[in-house]
Design a protein around this ligand. Structure first.
Ligand code: SAM
Length: 265
């Protein structure tokens, strides 16, 4: 029988019924839980695999709930597969690895964040990517979004303005085997003219307007996903489409909250 709760932590099932934790045992117990989550689970891919599957289920439920705004009631099979495959715990600081599969943005240093999995999935899905596509990302950050894209398309070009973040992301992506991602340091406002045009462009920081150089580097028939709006004000995720005749249309998807697109432009 379980001992009655008296405010102490009980070891149950108790080897000797009725023995409760003293202070030292409590500390050992807490340390054990901490080590389990920080060391044992991370070292067994299995624990994270399960958390990642749950995260994707949660993302799918939220995509369905936001379908009146996004027009998407589910994600394409390619996006679901990529989200299930990319190991987000490699893209967050080690001390946050245990929170990597929460559907939340997390800090990655230098005042920047890794985007919320729902937003990564939705933006990737709205790009309507094809296997042979060449994609430009502005705002490499941790490299997570680039990895998700790289699971789906032939080549990804990603630009990061904060040097240490860009260098770390490039090394991380290389060590994880993403040979189809190239990272460059610089102001993404100006795009990557030498490798343009791109089938799709994704901007992962909020801009006040669509950067004209990016629009120029988008192929006719191509799509750009970009959050527009000022920091701390309402921002909207926009789909910008360049028609085959060169004309441009845009539509608002969902309200979002991104760090600002910085740089000297
Ligand atoms: N996509 C990232 C990921 O998967 O981790 C998250 C991006 S974070 C929300 C936005 C990133 O955009 C930051 O790393 C920030 O330094 C970068 N950024 C802001 N302005 C930029 C600019 N003008 N050019 C390139 N990167 C920029």
């Amino acid at each position: 029988m379980q001992p009655p709760f008296d405010g102490k932590i009980w070891f149950w099932p108790a080897p000797v019924p009725g023995i409760c934790f003293n202070e030292i045992m409590k500390r050992h117990f807490a340390l054990g839980v901490f080590l389990y989550f920080c060391c044992v689970l991370p070292s067994q891919g299995g624990g994270f695999d399960m958390l990642r599957q749950n995260m994707v289920e949660e993302v799918l439920a939220e995509v369905a709930a936001s379908s009146p705004y996004s027009g998407r009631d589910t994600l394409s099979p390619a996006v679901i597969t990529a989200m299930k495959k990319v190991e987000r715990h490699h893209f967050v600081p080690t001390w946050l690895a245990m929170f990597a599969y929460l559907n939340r943005p997390l800090p990655i240093g230098y005042g920047q964040t890794i985007s919320q999995p729902l937003i990564v999935a939705l933006m990737t899905d709205l790009l309507q990517l094809k296997e042979g596509d060449k994609v430009l990302e502005i705002g490499t950050g941790s490299g997570y979004q680039a990895a998700v894209l790289a699971e789906i398309v032939k080549s990804v070009y990603s630009i990061e303005i904060i040097e240490p973040l860009g260098k770390e992301a490039a090394e991380r992506l290389k060590s994880l085997g993403y040979s189809n991602v190239e990272v460059r340091l610089g102001d993404g406002y100006y795009g990557w003219p030498e490798t343009a045009p791109f089938d799709a462009i994704i901007v992962t920081a909020a801009a006040s307007h669509v950067p004209p150089p990016l629009l120029k580097q988008l192929k006719p028939g191509g799509r750009m996903l970009i959050p527009l709006g000022a920091h701390f004000m309402t921002q909207y995720l926009m789909v910008v489409e360049k028609q085959t005749d060169g004309s441009v249309t845009s539509r608002q998807i969902v309200p979002v909250s991104f760090v600002p697109l910085t740089g000297g432009h």
